[in-house]
Write a protein that binds this ligand. Structure first.
Ligand SMILES: [Zn+2]
Length: 697
């Protein structure tokens, strides 16, 4: 096509000149961020400049006098905002993994600017008119599979955010979004306060029988900090069940703590969230109606792997019979254990963790500190995680001390592909520290993209307890599994082979993205891998296989409860988001009680992991009509690993198949197609039920 005219460009804003350290890609290998030169003060101006540049670039696409094409509109959008992306990716990792007052202040200042940037893009009518023109003509275009996917996802994202609505509906949508955003903030603030206030003050040490000395000391300290010196404060975490309930001998105290937990946000007063919940579900239903959808779930689930709300419900309900059976057996075992102690009551929710823990100790007796001696962190990484990656995919790793990291604990590795070519750069940040938020995650400093010529630069961050001075760093068994999990995300990013950054690597749906990570957890415990990394740090002895089997057996214990609380949470989420506009229930607790009653599960003994009034995933976070995803990706990974186990296990041939069918594909293909390409069939729920001990293996 001939370049006809640039005259109209005179009406367009000039693209601002970039300056500062993030103006250009760094000169380090892989364009790695140069932490020897970046200062904390550099991020905010760089990101603000990046936003201004991106918006000007978008204005040029929207105002292009040429007729819209895939290249000058859809693909052109993929090239925008490179400085923003470069600075914000690094900032995002640092503000999570190594923050300070400067970075926190920048985060507060930047959040609304970034939200406004996305609104300005998705509500830009001239831009959407071009996107729609290209999409309307899609059948006449000669697009690759990935280009067709990019066109569909770009168009769908605009539609999902309201681009097709008329002006009155757009106006109402803006009001609803703004109100929902304040309600979400208010829900989170109330929940935080209410959870603090739900802490239970205990008068005497005798009542705390069962807690360890360290737990009692922590309770005494917590009481003192709140002005109750000499007493004890049991703090509450944001789940229905509380850790202390597994050990507290005093049944009345257990009941009190349990009730404090489940009523924290529903006993009246300023932190009661019931009105917020009602208003949120009502506004969400109204919002869905603006889009012509039956309910919020069907609006929300537009980009998922499962086929809408019905697909999620079919999946969840398929687990109910096996789960109900298991819960029944577990309750019976607990009642027998209660009788054995000479009591004449039957189990209540506040008793369940206590007696389950007794049975667990009697049956399995695992010594966590003895297990840890076999898991030296560096060995787990290099002889476990990297070993698995080499056996499956032929990739190799070289430690690079010459590439600067953002903290002395972080190691940097160059990852080479099977043919020796450069594949990725990998940063590993293992230890907890005050500047790091909790949990574990993978992130990209740079996302793979052929369009931009970028290779992936990836981080894994964890919170392993730092070693005492002069001692080796040892991981718990859970830490080890998390290392394999996060590296599964890392591989999803490293093997990405996409033209377009927004379809690359882990840029995938909520009910897909945890599949590759959970899938790689399976390799942590196969004998060939374990023998290579699980060696006693002093004697060099390989971990005894009986110990490994005992760990595996213990992990199948009490799964009727563990899976039950997750499943009822997922179903409760779907119930709230199946309401039609104008059908808001009068009473939150009645609605919840009815929803739980309708399940063929022992919900009176196994309540949801979160009750509605403190279900922060769905009312305070991004998981509305999405809590099922945790179980869904778990189902996928057990089923996929079942295929691996039945087809030769951890071989190079299997690795090639994994890489070719889904691990390198990002979102360039439909999820269900990638899955079927790998296993040759649709996913089945049975392998998960067997792995969880809910079905005979
Ligand atoms: Zn994950």
């Amino acid at each position: 096509m001939e370049q006809t005219s640039t005259t109209a460009a005179a009406d367009l804003p000039p693209i601002p000149e970039a300056s500062g350290i993030f103006a250009q890609p760094s000169a380090l290998p892989f364009q790695a961020p140069d932490f020897s030169a970046i200062k904390d003060e550099d991020y905010q101006p760089a990101i603000e400049q990046g936003i201004a540049i991106k918006l000007a670039e978008i204005a040029h696409i929207a105002g292009n006098p040429e007729a819209p094409t895939f290249a000058n509109t859809i693909e052109a959008m993929e090239r925008t905002g490179q400085m923003f992306g470069r600075a914000y990716a690094v900032f995002g990792q640092l503000v999570s993994a190594n923050t300070n007052a400067t970075l926190d202040a920048a985060d507060t200042a930047l959040s609304p600017q970034i939200a406004a940037m996305w609104d300005a893009i998705y509500l830009n009518e001239a831009l959407f008119a071009r996107v729609k023109a290209v999409h309307d003509a899609k059948d006449t275009l000669d697009l690759s599979e990935e280009q067709a996917m990019l066109l569909e996802t770009t168009y769908a994202d605009f539609v999902h955010r309201g681009a097709l609505l008329d002006d009155a509906a757009k106006e109402e949508l803006r009001d609803i979004n703004s109100r929902l955003s304040s309600l979400q903030t208010s829900f989170n603030q109330s929940l935080k306060e209410a959870t603090n206030e739900a802490a239970l003050l205990v008068e005497t040490r005798e009542e705390l029988s069962g807690l360890s000395e360290a737990q009692i000391a922590a309770a005494a300290k917590a009481a003192k900090e709140r002005g109750h010196e000499g007493k004890f404060l049991l703090t509450v975490q944001n789940t229905t069940q509380q850790a202390q309930l597994a050990v507290l001998d005093n049944r009345q105290l257990r009941e009190k703590l349990y009730l404090a937990s489940i009523t924290r946000t529903s006993h009246g007063g300023e932190h009661d969230t019931r009105a917020t919940v009602r208003e949120m579900v009502s506004l969400r239903a109204r919002k869905a109606a603006l889009f012509g959808e039956d309910n919020f779930a069907s609006w929300q689930m537009y980009d998922r792997m499962v086929d809408g709300p019905a697909g999620a419900l079919d999946f969840l309900n398929a687990m109910v019979p096996a789960l109900a059976d298991t819960q029944g057996r577990e309750a019976q075992a607990i009642n027998e254990r209660i009788a054995q102690d000479g009591h004449n009551f039957t189990v209540e929710p506040w008793d369940w963790p206590y007696y389950a823990e007794k049975i667990r100790q009697e049956r399995y007796d695992l010594d966590e500190s003895a297990i840890k001696q076999y898991f030296e962190v560096d060995r787990v990484l290099e002889d476990g995680v990297f070993y698995m990656a080499n056996k499956l995919y032929g990739v190799s790793f070289e430690k690079r001390d010459d590439i600067p990291a953002y903290h002395e604990d972080v190691s940097v590795y160059l990852v080479r592909d099977k043919d020796g070519s450069d594949l990725a750069l990998f940063y590993f940040d293992p230890f907890a520290r005050p500047s790091k938020q909790g949990g574990a995650w993978m992130s990209n400093f740079i996302e793979q993209s052929h369009l931009l010529g970028d290779l992936p630069v990836i981080t894994n961050t964890q919170n392993v307890a730092p070693p005492p001075e002069g001692e080796p760093a040892l991981a718990s068994f859970d830490d080890v599994i998390t290392m394999f999990h996060e590296f599964g995300h890392a591989l999803h990013g490293m093997f990405a082979d996409q033209q377009y950054p927004s379809l690359s690597g882990t840029n995938t749906a909520r009910d897909w993205v945890e599949f590759p990570s959970q899938f790689h957890e399976n390799f942590a415990t196969i004998p060939e891998v374990l023998r290579n990394y699980a060696r006693h740090w002093q004697t060099g002895e390989t971990i005894p296989m009986e110990l490994v089997e005992a760990i595996a057996r213990a992990r199948k214990f009490d799964q009727g409860y563990a899976m039950g609380e997750a499943l009822t949470g997922a179903l409760l989420d779907m119930d709230w988001h199946h309401l039609a506009a104008g059908q808001t229930p009068e009473n939150v607790e009645d609605f919840e009680a009815k929803a739980l009653e309708n399940l063929d599960l022992h919900t009176e003994l196994v309540p949801p992991r979160y009750r509605s009034t403190y279900f922060s995933h769905i009312f305070g976070g991004g998981y509305a009509a999405g809590y099922y995803s945790y179980l869904y990706t778990e189902m996928l990974h057990h089923d996929a690993y079942d295929f691996v186990a039945q087809n030769g296990g951890m071989t190079r041939e299997m690795g090639e198949r994994i890489r070719d069918t889904f691990l390198s594909r990002g979102h360039s293909r439909p999820y269900e197609k990638m899955y079927r390409d790998f296993t040759g069939r649709d996913p089945q729920v049975e392998p998960m039920l067997k792995a969880r001990g809910l079905m005979e293996a």
